[in-house]
Write a protein that binds this ligand. Structure first.
Ligand code: GDP
Ligand code: MG
Length: 437
């Protein structure tokens, strides 16, 4: 999925302004990419409509970087689609909190029960695992092995009792032994059937869990969505755990499940090991699906490198219109401080390795600009107006460039200053109105 979407979105990069047609075209490809990722058709349609409404409006058209704006919108809407933020486990005001695990056979209930227990234990809680899968001969043993590994006790009554009685007895036992979380592992079926649902309902009625966590296998894609929908209709589930996202899951399930069931994905399983359970972060998942690279760390890195004091000085200069070619040079240096350009660029949304190759050109461009400025006298740097044609020739020679390069740089600088002046004037007007600064 991510590569497809990257392609679709990267087409938007490098354009000055987006036309409605551009957005339409890009969205058509985003749509195909999502469908291919096994996202529910209706979810895709709603999603595309929403993004289009936002993107084709002024937000994108008037933006300085339309491509980025669209990526931002697509990312935000994807995040919304999966819920806005990570959700925690519901707890009972009076312990113990009872958690009922449910889902199809092989989805990862038993493993995830163990992972949850481990997770809670690390938070200094005292969980109890309960073996209510009495049908598969090895199921109880499996939970016991898991319990041993995470050093959490397992409550079991063999397979002669029915799950409702076991669950009830376990809650009593948990209360007596001051367990604050009781995690009930249940049986699954290959397919949803009446008997299974009835049994889960009966357990639910007898222990009134605070959480009914549906465990679904992300690898099953669209099927996972159907399973979630059916379980949600028949049982009051409170959250979803998506397992096996470490495999080559196409992400379609994560995208659809929240919007189809309205229930939050609370955790994701990222491997078979018992410490491989993570809280679900919708924003991170959206970025991952979009292949946006690590946008957040890019921003953080940029902020850390640009010295705040220097930034303030620069702002002052811009305001007083004393921005010189020397300042320009310093800015380029700061850009370099961010690290190797190609590494940095790779973190930008939608960038692939092919584009990075082209980028080397830009890095060379920066070196060139630096050489040109460094070949100027201090006087020239402060007052570029004095740079006549003979000076231009001298600078070109000194920097190993040609006169056109020098001309281009001076023109760029002039444009930049003009823009700064406009920005400055705007600031002044707004200051008078008391809205700015
Ligand atoms: P249950 O039938 O629902 O109880 O499923 P199990 O807990 O027995 O898990 C079925 C299989 O899936 C086991 O082999 C687990 O190791 C594996 N499994 C569970 N969760 C994950 C996960 O997040 N990632 C991977 N790769 N495997 C998992
Ligand atoms: Mg099991």
């Amino acid at each position: 999925l991510s590569e497809k979407l990257q392609n679709a979105l990267s087409k938007l990069k490098g354009k000055g302004k987006l036309s409605e047609k551009d957005v339409d075209l890009a969205m058509r490809e985003v749509k195909l990419a999502l469908l291919e990722a096994d996202v529910n058709y209706k979810v895709v349609k709603d999603f595309i409509d929403k993004v289009k409404v936002r993107a084709v409006g002024s937000e994108v058209m008037e933006s300085l970087t339309p491509g980025q704006q669209v990526i931002k919108i697509v990312n935000e809407e994807l995040t919304n689609l999966m819920g806005e933020k990570a959700e925690k486990i519901n707890t009972s005001p009076i312990p113990p909190t009872v958690i009922l695990m449910c889902g199809l056979q092989g989805a990862g209930k038993t493993t995830t029960a163990g992972k949850l227990a481990y997770n809670l234990k690390k938070q200094n809680k005292k969980p109890l695992l309960v073996a209510c899968d009495v049908y598969r001969p090895a199921a109880i043993k499996q939970l016991e092995v898991v319990g041993e590994r995470v050093e959490v006790p397992v409550f079991s009554m063999g397979n002669k009792n029915n799950p409702v009685d076991i669950a009830k007895a376990a809650v009593e036992y948990g209360k007596k032994n001051s367990h604050d979380f009781i995690i009930i592992d249940t049986a699954g079926r290959l397919h949803i059937d009446e008997t299974l649902m009835k049994e889960l309902k009966n357990i639910y009625d007898s222990v009134k869990p605070q959480e009914v966590l549906l465990v679904v296998d992300a690898m099953t894609g669209q099927d996972a969505v159907n399973v979630a929908e059916t379980f949600n209709d028949m049982l009051e589930i409170t959250g979803i755990i998506l397992t096996k996202l470490d495999g080559d899951a196409r992400g379609g399930a994560a995208l659809s499940i929240r919007s189809v069931t309205g229930k939050p994905i609370k955790f994701i399983g990222m491997g078979e090991k018992l410490d491989q359970l993570e809280p679900f972060h919708p924003d991170r998942m959206a970025s991952r699906i979009l292949g946006m690279g690590d946008v957040l760390s890019l921003i953080e890195r940029a902020q850390a490198s640009i010295d705040e004091k220097k930034a303030l000085e620069l702002e002052k200069k811009i305001r007083s219109q004393q921005f010189t070619l020397d300042d320009f040079l310093e800015q380029l240096d700061q850009m370099k401080n961010l690290g190797p350009l190609d590494e940095l660029i790779a973190m930008i949304p939608g960038v692939n390795s092919k584009m990075i190759k082209n980028l080397n050109v830009d890095e060379r461009e920066i070196v060139k600009i630096q050489a040109i400025i460094q070949s100027m006298t201090i006087e020239e740097r402060e007052n570029p107006a004095i740079i006549d044609s003979s000076r231009r020739k001298r600078i070109a020679m000194g920097s190993g460039t040609n006169v056109q390069d020098v001309n281009r740089l001076l023109k760029q600088f002039k444009e930049t200053k003009k823009m700064m002046k406009r920005f400055n004037d705007m600031g002044k007007t707004m200051n008078k109105k008391g809205k700015f600064g």
